[in-house]
Design a protein. Sequence first.
Length: 230
Amino acid sequence: MKNNYKFYSFKSSKELVEELSMRITRDLQKAIDLKEKAFLAVSGGSTPKELFKKLSQMNLPWHKVTITLVDERWVEPYYSDSNEKLIKETLLQNKASSAKFIPLKNVVVHHKDACLVTKNRFKNIDELDVVVLGMGTDGHTASFFPNAKDLDKALETKEKCCPSTANVEPFERMTLTRSFLLTAKSLILHIEGEVKKTVFDMAAKSSDCHKMPIVAMMQQKTPLLEVYHA
């Protein structure tokens, strides 16, 4: 099976952030013009911090935008490992402070018992407009981890989210599923550094989404995976 993607290369992280923030803003505005609302799903980690800070300053009717996470570690929102904490401190600031936010984490102790609560938060959302993925050096994306016992469910279910078990601590995660992520009009992968580029190049030549789960996001033509790399 041929993998489908488009690759954009930038000389610096700053140049990438400038271009990608404008791209995301345009796409969200297009969705708002069409249906009076827009949905954005973003990833955690250290890579997108500057992108989030830049996005928070973009001119947009942010009160019409709903933001959620691609995945979340099952930790309290005040923990440093929490993607929710990252979003609240970087993206939901400045002009974007009026955006709505849907967290994946809830009060249920274990992620597998908590899925119904999280699913209900998405019951009125049929599709996403913009998804910004990240990728680990093991080829994982969202909380789709190599050879994880629950990987097949995350890739195949028609549910919008599901519990996931990581290969590294904290093990318990909640992730949006492949089918829900692929409802996006714009599917973007944001990676930086030569190591990540090497990993992506390997994945682009592979057909094994169990060994390198990012492959699962390249097996369709629509939405086309668009890679932004610096």
